[in-house]
Design a protein around this ligand. Structure first.
Ligand code: ASP
Ligand code: MG
Length: 412
């Protein structure tokens, strides 16, 4: 059994949905297909959540109208019985007319999860009308998680049982990426861009032959063409290198995707849905680490330095308190470094999470920070690649390990 994943960009319009149908017919008429929300629907749903929580009625109405018009526009150009899609749109509109209840993160998951419900309902209806034997499955009945809203942790045993029972191997199964449900029946999500991870979960449970992520790029490149010229396609990557690249922020694959596949030795292909004959990238047990340096570039970074106010050193007791605060605020550390009397971290500058974190840290530490920075990670670096990255930049911090260097820089 093959598992396919189509991201939001691949189903952003009717042509994308038709292309998905073509690829599925050609590559795997008996496959499990994981689909993300169409285009930028998840962002629109996030805005709807913020409007709902703020009880901003005009904005709620405007967002609902935008989401409805977008999906109706796509359906108008496709064939199929779209009654389930209309029901989901009506559900979204009626939910957001009632007052929001539950924690902010729970409210978020109840609404934002519907983007994938909509996209899969459109895709399944279109495949059926195109004569492909298709079953629409509800990931909320398959993927069991705990109640960590917005970052649900998977219960593998229960999920495996449910996935194996639900999949009919004679058909194409259409399943939402990104979403799951807790044991007590509340919808959860697996973290932004989590549909890749959903594909890995389903593949792990099914002992699939392979997973293919269909993207609008030819495969995994050694750098993001948005920031670097002369990128090269990486044809084969070990699981270990892929984990490291994704962990440091190569956005082409969600970091949680690789480990479950590695544990079962399931190869992961990243291929172009535009050029579906091209081989793309294979991630697996290739036995040979990368020979080309890879670059990962993150902008809008914040470097925070903490100094104890009570003359203590940065030691285990301080560190455990610091890490506790970061976990509580949901801020992920991209890089860290300590000296005897200071501790420095670099994080994504997301004010909704960072502002409360800084307030907490100020209770125990003197806090200083630098914003507007860039973080460049180079895997398999050498001095000439470092020099190339530093042209026109001021280096604030450098951290080297055997295979990886991280550079915190400011544009000058
Ligand atoms: N639709 C979700 C997001 O945009 C999940 C995904 O695309 O992987 O974050
Ligand atoms: Mg998406």
């Amino acid at each position: 059994m093959k598992v396919f994943k189509f991201g939001g960009a691949s189903v952003k319009d009717a042509a994308g949905v038709r292309n998905l149908a073509r690829v599925v017919k050609e590559q795997g008429p008996k496959s499990a297909v994981i689909v993300s929300a169409m285009g930028k629907t998840t962002n629109a749903l996030e805005e709807l959540v913020w409007a709902w929580l703020a009880d901003d009625k005009p904005s709620i109405q405007a967002k609902n109208a935008q989401i409805r018009a977008y999906h109706e526009g796509i359906m108008a150009d496709l064939t199929g019985d779209f009654a389930p899609v209309h029901q989901t749109i009506a559900l979204l509109e009626s939910m957001t007319q009632q007052p929001a209840t539950g924690s902010r993160d729970e409210v978020y998951d109840q609404i934002v999860s519907l983007g994938e419900v909509l996209s899969t309902q459109v895709v399944a209806a279109h495949l059926q009308s195109a004569g492909v034997p298709t079953q629409w499955l509800d990931a909320r009945q398959l993927i069991r998680t705990d109640v960590t809203f917005r970052e649900g942790r998977v219960d593998w045993t229960e999920t495996k049982k449910r996935v194996c029972e639900a999949i009919d191997k004679q058909q194409v199964s259409i399943i939402q990426g990104f979403i799951g449900q807790s044991t007590d029946g509340r919808t959860t999500t697996l973290g932004r861009e989590g549909s890749d991870y959903s594909a890995a979960i389903v593949a792990y449970c099914l002992n699939a032959d392979s997973v293919t992520i269909w993207k609008d790029v030819p495969g995994v490149l050694n750098a993001d063409p948005k920031w670097f010229d002369d990128t090269v396609l990486l044809q084969r990557i070990t699981y270990q290198d892929a984990i490291e690249l994704a962990y440091y922020g190569a956005t082409v694959i969600h970091p949680k995707t690789i480990k479950p596949l590695q544990n079962k030795n399931i190869p992961l292909y990243v291929r172009s849905f535009i050029d579906s004959d091209a081989p793309g990238t294979m991630i697996g047990d290739t036995g040979q680490h990368l020979t080309t340096p890879s670059f990962i570039f993150k902008i809008n970074q914040l470097m925070i330095s903490l100094h104890p106010t009570d003359f203590s050193f940065i030691a285990e007791d301080n560190l455990s308190r610091i890490f506790g605060r970061f976990a509580q605020a949901g801020v992920k550390i991209n890089l860290m470094q300590n000296t005897a009397i200071s501790f420095t971290v670099v994080v994504d500058n997301d004010p909704t999470r960072v502002t409360p974190l800084l307030d907490m840290l100020r209770q125990d530490f003197r806090v200083s920070y630098n914003d507007g920075l860039e973080l460049v990670t180079i895997r398999y670096y050498d001095q000439s690649t470092i020099d190339r990255v530093l042209v026109g930049k001021r280096l604030l911090l450098e951290q080297k390990s055997r295979y990886t260097v991280q550079l915190v820089v400011r544009g000058v």
